[in-house]
Design a protein around this ligand. Structure first.
Ligand SMILES: NC(=O)NCCC(=O)O
Ligand SMILES: [Zn+2]
Length: 484
């Protein structure tokens, strides 16, 4: 059974041209004119683009004794509804737990996925077991990225010597470390002071995590990665302070990528000053939303290339779960949703305003992610032989975002009331039509794990350079006698 997408304009990270796309066995088998297939999808007036890849989701994630409410079924369904055809989620070991045991739990959760997925592994503690497991995770389990938290003191946070050891291990294995960069010690200190002064509402969450805590931690992680000889992927870059550190590192030739979230690009800190406690608490995430100057910096980073991808960090807690922090903002579970809205919001606020081009849109939502994660061109491409993960994007289709009728299982949407123009007409996951003109036809369990090889070209180049420039003893002709 073949499918042909007809009369559309293909938009990739570097090309825009009119052509049909023929799909068979879940793959793109031909790109050309006047193609025929058993089934036809009409893309007149639409752009045919690689499906979105969200590099950062936390589906059913344990956090402060509760679990984020979207699981792999509702989360991936939400993604597909918005044009995202792959998610990269995080396996999160408990303190002292082996990485492989944690992975088993994520393997079990993900059997219900509607679209393809991959995993990053989180390093939440350090020891010989973690060091050993990392080899198997990389070389046998198809995971080449490891996330480290510099925030969440007393829970997920790792300290600098653990960071250096883990980054060094990543470098040796050809893997890429990732970092949640906020100074957890300072956040803990500021939080305690704010609470002591009677600041216990959600706005204090933002006060406790000023841009400086992010700038400092980003710069520290970049320097530690450089000393360890590893590239670095900085998750949820939210402010100029962190962006500036990334920009500077990239200009110095360091292999560093920054990932703003759609939430930080389009929502600002005023959300936390809303008089409605629920409204503010639903938007509590780390780092918090920032002011317009920081948002402008992030948009500039996307158009100039100093920031590389746009993610969601989708980690959605219900209003009921958020209410466990009434009277103490530090107990509000951190995280917001965004999977369903990332692509339409970025198109509306990026492409429709001229802040980024259509090709840059494809790069930051899909192709760059696939390249950094080392699954390109299986994913992130409109090329013969690539997986037919595609979105047929209708730039004229409009809607107003509302929790009512959304695919995500939570009871609100942080983008409620925002009008978007640019939505999927069709979303295909490995050739299967999961969204057909607004109708959701996805299939639970269709999603497959995408294994990602280590030693991507950047890792190899960096290793080669580090080998060449590593400290060596100076060869000397004569060594003075010690006098003994
Ligand atoms: N970002 C956030 O607030 N929640 C998800 C966990 C994390 O990435 O920090
Ligand atoms: Zn994080």
């Amino acid at each position: 059974m073949s499918t042909v997408i007809k009369n559309g304009t293909i938009v990739t990270a570097d090309l825009t041209y009119k052509s049909d796309v023929l799909i068979e066995g879940g793959k793109i088998v031909q790109i050309g004119e006047n193609l025929k297939g058993d089934k036809e999808l009409d893309a007149t007036g639409c752009y045919v683009m690689p499906g979105g890849i969200d590099p950062h989701t936390h589906l059913e994630m344990p956090f402060m004794g509760t679990y984020s409410s979207d699981d792999f079924e509702s989360g991936t369904r939400a993604g597909l509804a918005g044009g995202t055809t792959m998610v990269v989620d995080f396996a999160l070991p408990n303190q002292g737990e082996s990485l492989l045991d944690a992975l088993k739990r994520w393997d079990n959760k993900s059997t219900r996925a509607n679209c393809d997925y991959s995993f990053h592994m989180a390093v939440t503690w350090w020891g010989e077991q973690v060091w050993d497991d990392m080899d198997e995770v990389v070389n046998k389990r198809g995971i080449n990225t490891f996330k480290h938290f510099l925030a969440y003191k007393g829970a997920l946070m790792v300290n600098d010597d653990e960071l250096f050891h883990s980054f060094t291990r990543c470098a040796d294995l050809g893997a890429t470390p990732m970092v949640h960069a906020e100074n957890g010690d300072v956040v803990a200190e500021l939080s305690a002071r704010l609470l002591a002064d009677g600041n216990n509402g959600p706005e204090a969450h933002a006060y406790s995590r000023p841009p400086q805590v992010e700038g400092e931690a980003t710069n520290r992680a970049i320097m530690i990665a450089d000393m360890a000889g590893a590239p670095l992927y900085v998750v949820h870059t939210s402010c100029e302070d962190s962006h500036e550190a990334i920009r500077r590192a990239r200009m110095q030739g360091k292999r560093v990528w920054g990932e703003p979230l759609i939430q930080h690009l389009t929502l600002d800190e005023s959300e936390y000053f809303n008089k409605d406690w629920d409204h503010a608490a639903r938007r509590v995430m780390s780092p918090p939303f920032r002011n317009k100057q920081h948002q402008d910096s992030l948009w500039a980073g996307l158009s100039s290339g100093s920031l590389s991808v746009v993610a969601t960090d989708h980690c959605a807690f219900t209003t009921e779960q958020k209410r466990s922090g009434v009277g103490d903002f530090t107990k509000i579970p951190n995280g917001t949703g965004g999977l369903e809205d990332r692509m339409p919001m970025l198109w509306t606020h990026g492409v429709n305003t001229g802040r980024i081009t259509m090709n840059e849109f494809v790069a930051v939502t899909s192709t760059n992610v696939a390249k950094i994660m080392n699954c390109y061109p299986q994913k992130g491409a409109v090329l013969v032989g690539a997986d037919a993960d595609l979105v047929v994007w209708d730039p004229e289709k409009e809607k107003t975002i509302a929790a009512e009728g959304q695919q995500s299982s939570i009871d609100y949407n942080v983008f409620e009331g925002k009008h978007v123009k640019g939505l999927p007409r069709f979303t295909l996951t490995r050739g299967q039509v999961a969204v057909h003109d607004g109708e959701i036809r996805c299939e639970e369990g269709h999603g497959k794990f995408v294994a990602r090889e280590p030693n991507a070209t950047v890792n190899r180049a960096l290793t080669q350079w580090k080998d060449l420039t590593q400290p060596r003893p100076v060869e000397r002709s004569g060594i003075p006698a010690t006098g003994v």
